[in-house]
Design a protein around this ligand. Structure first.
Ligand code: FCB
Length: 475
């Protein structure tokens, strides 16, 4: 079979975020972020380590840009560290902070890499947290000031701007589950935080458009493909609940100007919201949130299969059902499910029709390290990449307007609450020496980018692909 092609001009990128790679925590007047504080709190990070050095990208960015260039990539998704630009959250921007990104953007452009900038990849200035963080409406105003400062400086060169990365994670993991910064466990606060994130997005869009004329402006959401475990009504309802809380809670306000009524009712039933009007929504907010955008950034890692029945050990529903044996999962415990990327993209296109989609993150954690030959044979990441790029090519062939793919991640890096224990990079990083070693997957990816096509699957794999996840036998 011939390779599956991608459209001309397709963006082949890799992604990182400032906090996870930069290090240089105290340099250039950078302020403290909520993740610095969280990582410094005993017991919060799996290996007890922090991101004060991380990949030392702040000092080694030239080497990292050259690496991407040598792989033949033409795009790079990075985030700006808010506390590097506004160390205290508000006030006069730091010249040193802006200068750093100015040089980096110029370096990327010289290397033929189109920068996609995300403004908020989770590292809220701690000073703003002390004034209520995302639970405070005023933080939305602070974000708009930050968007203004960044785009005034970089808007003439950066052609793709994303406001936030994964507001669901910030709201839910940070404010409801407490496993991410700022480590709070208050579901009502999480919904308020989600609203302020969405509001600040909508209010920043016109500012970005003004300061970066002609640039594309969008937002990056985490999405899982959500499926019911069986055809039962209880499983359908469990899937509806999770899709509402995870996907539609963000998509509906952004694309329809309303929160999904059924998902609101779920939250009322759980006591997370009072009945009636949403307490945090003020007149005009939903109009701001639904400000038209140019692209939706989609981060896809796995699917969730939901059951409305109690689990084997009495786990209460609604609950996620493990669909793959432990040994087949990635190091994050996530199922490898390329078909979900295809199905999700078709669904987003059908239900929300964003003018353009970028797959802004997709990747897997596997522990591979350099062998005796000095090479990193990360066969499972190679398979992951092939499977997902084939699924993506099929979605594009079916008419979904996807214009780029950014693999998570360029480098092994600081994986949030997991510290340095999970390696997502196309490039291995030895955190003692900071030595970078491209893995086999990086070479595979370089070949795909050069061909602008992914090798077709072997015939037997193509024919055994289950046409619908619901047709797959229950485990
Ligand atoms: C996403 C984050 C990213 C990275 C991957 C594994 O949720 O956006 O920073 O940690 O997960």
């Amino acid at each position: 079979m011939s390779p599956l092609p991608f459209p001309p001009g397709f963006l082949w990128g890799a992604a990182t975020s400032a906090f996870q790679v930069e290090g240089a925590a105290d340099e250039g007047g950078r302020g403290e972020s909520i993740w610095d504080r969280f990582a410094a709190t005993p017991g919060r990070i799996e290996d007890g380590r922090d991101a004060r050095v991380a990949c030392d990208h702040f000092h080694r960015w030239r080497e990292d840009v050259a690496l991407m260039q040598s792989l033949g990539l033409n795009a790079y998704r990075l985030s700006l560290a808010w506390p590097r630009i506004l160390p205290r959250g508000r006030g006069a921007p730091s010249a040193a902070g802006l200068d750093f990104y100015d040089r980096l953007v110029d370096g990327l452009l010289e290397a033929g890499l189109a920068p996609m900038v995300t403004l908020n990849h989770w590292d809220l200035p701690q000073a703003l947290q002390e004034r209520g963080g995302w639970g405070a409406r005023d933080t939305a105003a602070a974000f708009v000031e930050y968007a203004h400062a960044a785009s005034m400086r970089l808007g003439d060169r950066v052609r793709q701007w994303a406001t936030h990365n994964e507001p669901w994670c910030i709201a839910t993991l940070g404010h409801e589950q407490g496993c991410h910064a700022p480590g709070l466990t208050d579901p009502a606060l999480a919904l308020r935080a989600a609203h302020h994130l969405l509001l600040s997005h909508g209010q920043a869009v016109p500012v970005l458009r003004r300061n970066a004329p002609g640039a594309e402006v969008g937002i990056v959401l985490i999405h899982g493909q959500v499926e019911p475990h069986t055809g039962s009504a209880a499983d359908a309802d469990a899937a509806r609940w999770w899709d509402g809380a995870f996907n539609r809670w963000f998509l509906d306000p952004l694309f329809r100007g309303e929160y999904p009524a059924d998902a609101v009712a779920d939250r009322v039933a759980r006591g997370h919201l009072p009945p009636g009007e949403l307490p945090f929504v003020q007149p005009g907010d939903l109009g701001h949130i639904a400000e038209p955008i140019d692209f939706l950034g989609v981060n896809y890692y796995s699917r969730t299969v939901m059951s409305g029945a109690p689990g084997p050990a009495g786990e209460p529903p609604p609950r996620a059902v493990p669909m793959a044996p432990k040994e087949a999962l990635t190091e994050m415990g996530w199922e490898v499910w390329p078909q979900g990327l295809h199905d999700l993209l078709l669904r987003l296109h059908r239900d929300y029709a964003p003018p353009r989609i970028y797959v802004t993150e997709n990747g897997a954690a596997f522990p591979d390290a350099p062998g005796a030959d000095g090479v990193v044979h990360d066969a499972r990441r190679r398979d992951f990449l092939l499977g997902h790029l084939r699924a993506l090519a099929r979605a594009i062939a079916a008419g979904v307007p996807v214009a780029g793919y950014y693999h998570w991640s360029l480098l092994d890096n600081f994986e949030w609450a997991a510290g340095y224990t999970r390696r997502f990079g196309l490039v291995h990083v030895d955190f003692e020496t900071q030595r970078r070693t491209p893995k086999d997957s990086a070479r595979l990816y370089a070949g795909i980018a050069a061909a602008n096509a992914v090798p077709a699957p072997p015939p037997e794999a193509a024919s055994s692909r289950s046409p619908s996840p619901l047709a797959a036998p229950a485990p």
